[in-house]
Design a binder for this molecule. Structure first.
Ligand code: M6P
Ligand code: ZN
Length: 190
């Protein structure tokens, strides 16, 4: 008997290949809550693709001790001055951490603690980002090409989108004079 197997999962030709890859696409119309310039948002076609995620869930959701893997492909673009970004979430089990590793492109990882302090970390090819527990996370594409990154998170972490949908991050990432800056989110509801 041969004890050597082929890899179950491989990142090849810019996509994740293997069995049971979960694929989601988020279009602008799915992201009504997150962008602050509502007028600019309404002026862009809702079918515009903002990002895609390919994930592998080798164990059932909520399995304690299991790990999930995913690759996010975030397209370049802006809504008004605000860069295209992911929905962002806290983990449902708040203390669960995560790693993001940038594959391609230029981005910003936004991190917000539970007291509402928001900071940014630059993402560039090869950059590795530890996202501590109790920290909401979202990524923005600040370049002109696709930003792709891989993510590793506990199978029991879960996604709490509601808190971000309701309150947003305390800061938003906008382009000012050609560069990304974090500014206070005036639409944040306390
Ligand atoms: C990463 C991981 C996933 C997440 C995805 C998109 O791949 O953190 O868990 O689903 O990014 O982010 P969001 O779910 O916030 O849209
Ligand atoms: Zn997460």
């Amino acid at each position: 008997m041969n004890d050597i197997a082929e890899p179950e999962l491989i990142f090849k030709d810019q996509k994740l290949v293997g069995h049971n890859i979960d694929k989601i696409t988020r279009e602008l119309k799915d992201l009504a809550d997150i962008f602050s310039d509502k007028k600019a948002y309404a002026a862009i076609n809702g079918d515009t693709v903002v990002y895609k995620v390919e994930s592998s869930f080798p164990v059932a959701h909520n399995t304690e001790g299991g790990l999930f893997y995913g690759i996010t492909y975030l397209y370049p673009g802006k809504v008004g001055d605000e860069y295209f970004m992911t929905k962002g979430h806290f983990h449902s089990i708040r203390n669960r951490a995560e790693y993001y590793c940038t594959l391609e492109g230029e981005g910003m990882l936004l991190l917000m603690d539970e007291d509402g302090n928001t900071r940014g970390e630059k993402m560039l090819p090869g950059s590795i980002h530890y996202i501590p527990g109790n920290t909401a996370h979202r990524t923005a594409n600040v370049g002109n090409t696709i930003l792709s990154f891989s993510a590793f998170w506990p199978a029991d972490a879960g996604h709490d989108y509601a808190t971000i949908s309701e309150h947003g991050f305390s800061k938003i990432l906008v382009e000012q004079n050609g560069v990304p800056v974090l500014v206070s989110n005036s639409s944040v509801k306390a």
